[in-house]
Design a protein around this ligand. Structure first.
Ligand SMILES: NC(=O)c1ccc[n+]([C@@H]2O[C@H](COP(=O)([O-])OP(=O)(O)OC[C@H]3O[C@@H](n4cnc5c(N)ncnc54)[C@H](OP(=O)(O)O)[C@@H]3O)[C@@H](O)[C@H]2O)c1
Length: 230
């Protein structure tokens, strides 16, 4: 059975991505920084889906180490890692009135989180015949398409895009591919009620990058299966 781990899967896009992956036949390791994800895993199990649960705060090295040890003890490989956890869509500030605590936390969660988790889980991903990492990014991190405001969030996603490029180059000779995906503007706690997309549409954009074939892209940036501008 193929295995997939999703970060920040207790709500929003992470929860829906975990659901869609399980419905496609993956065994999903649902993770969340609080215990909230445990109830979600139980909800999915009650619906007949194959789901495991483990705590993961992507900004906490000890938490990443505990997850890594748990996976090494219980799984012989990992096929998919969805780096979904994200924080601080900071519409309330600009570069001249900045709270640097917010900036540092955004970078720690949105950029260093995927980096640290990908590095820690790479040995298990390399044991997959076709490992896939999807970094859930945003066009707000794009040089071409970003907009004024949200400095912490946009910089953290821009750096995540560069991480995607750098890691893709380092994975070139392996079975593992990494791509960045923008899910579009989605109705979640982060996206707000005015967003045009529901979570199922946003998650489908993520799932596309999970399911790319052996000759699929490595180091790209996509929305709805189409390449978008960095
Ligand atoms: N919604 C949009 O329009 C949109 C657009 C582009 C990109 N995105 C990206 O999509 C991803 C999911 O966002 P969303 O819209 O679903 O937002 P959301 O509903 O606010 O969910 C964010 C998730 O990230 C988790 N999280 C935050 N910090 C974490 C940490 N340190 N460790 C582990 N989990 C952590 C949250 O957990 P808690 O419940 O514990 O806070 C929650 O599960 C994010 O990367 C976001 O940047 C969203």
């Amino acid at each position: 059975m193929q295995t997939a781990l999703v970060t920040g899967a207790n709500r929003g896009l992470g929860k829906e991505t975990a659901r869609q992956l399980a419905q496609k036949g993956f065994k999903v390791i649902l993770t969340s920084r609080s215990e909230a994800g445990r109830a979600v895993a139980e909800e999915f199990r009650a619906a007949g889906l194959e789901v495991d649960y483990h705590q993961l705060d992507v900004a906490n090295g000890q938490s990443i180490a505990e997850l890594t040890e748990y996976l090494a003890d219980n799984y012989d490989h990992l096929d998919v890692l969805v780096n979904n956890a994200g924080i601080h869509y900071d519409t309330f500030q600009h570069t001249l009135n900045t709270d640097f605590g917010i900036v540092e936390e955004a970078l720690r969660v949105n950029t260093l989180g995927p980096w640290r988790v990908s590095k820690a889980l790479m040995p298990l991903l390399k044991k997959s015949p076709a490992g896939r990492i999807v970094n859930v990014s945003s066009s707000s991190g794009s040089f071409a398409d970003s907009w004024p405001g949200t400095p912490a969030y946009s910089m953290s996603k821009c750096a995540l895009n560069m991480l995607t490029l750098k890691m893709a180059a380092d994975l070139e000779e392996t079975n593992v591919k990494v791509n960045a995906v923008c899910p579009g503007w989605v109705r979640t706690a982060m996206g707000g009620p005015e967003a045009p997309r529901d979570v199922s549409e946003g998650a489908a954009s993520i799932i596309w990058a999970v399911l790319i074939p052996k000759d699929g892209p490595n180091g790209g940036f996509f929305r709805d299966g189409e390449a978008i501008s960095w």
